[in-house]
Design a protein around this ligand. Structure first.
Ligand SMILES: CC(C)(COP(=O)(O)OP(=O)(O)OC[C@H]1O[C@@H](n2cnc3c(N)ncnc32)[C@H](O)[C@@H]1OP(=O)(O)O)[C@@H](O)C(=O)NCCC(=O)NCCS
Ligand SMILES: [Zn+2]
Length: 150
């Protein structure tokens, strides 16, 4: 399991390392070290894991992403994504300052979101946006200097 620089781990956050755990083999014998298959997990720079959240092994939590309290992460989390629930789903995108991003302007290969709290602009890869934007209510796409609305 790898935590990159600047990662926040909330109280009682959990990282599993064995996706199919057993204490014993089918014949009842105790598992030896060679009987375990561990699967790596990575939490990338600046990301936060909320209290009581569980990250199931094999997932990568993206840079500056935020995992809500109590979530169970079973898939990769995109950079800047806010995920909540069981299983965790993308429910927004967040600024490096931690607050939700809003608004959106498009260009050919990116979508620019802005932080109402600190004013920072964050560029998301357009495929990430297109995969998750339909589920979001707090951000709306508008035409802007970076390009036309879709
Ligand atoms: C996920 C989180 C960032 C959302 O904060 P927010 O953007 O201010 O959202 P709100 O509090 O306005 O909540 C919006 C909705 O999401 C729900 N919600 C909030 N946090 C949630 C969570 N962790 N899981 C599921 N739903 C959540 C709220 O109930 C609300 O739903 P409603 O509109 O039906 O009432 C925040 O609630 C959270 O979990 N932060 C992590 C806190 C933590 O663990 N800190 C560790 C150090 S102490
Ligand atoms: Zn901000």
């Amino acid at each position: 399991m790898t935590l990159e620089d600047g990662v926040f781990c909330g109280p009682y956050s959990v990282f599993t390392n064995d996706k199919y755990p057993r204490a014993v083999n089918p014949d009842g014998s105790l598992k030896a070290a060679s009987d375990w298959t561990t699967t790596p997990t990575r939490v990338r720079r600046g990301a936060s894991i909320g209290a009581n959240a569980t990250v199931v092994c094999g997932a990568t939590v993206g840079c500056w992403a935020m995992v809500g309290a109590g979530a169970v992460v079973t898939h990769d989390v995109p950079d800047y994504a806010l995920v909540c629930g069981v299983p965790a789903r993308v429910c927004g995108f967040v600024c490096p300052c931690g607050r939700r991003l809003a608004g959106a302007q498009t260009s050919a290969d990116a979508v620019i979101l802005r932080c109402p709290q600190c004013g920072r602009e964050v560029a998301l890869a357009r495929p990430v946006w297109e995969e998750h934007a339909a589920a979001l209510t707090e951000v709306s796409l508008s035409a802007g200097p970076a390009g036309g609305a879709r």
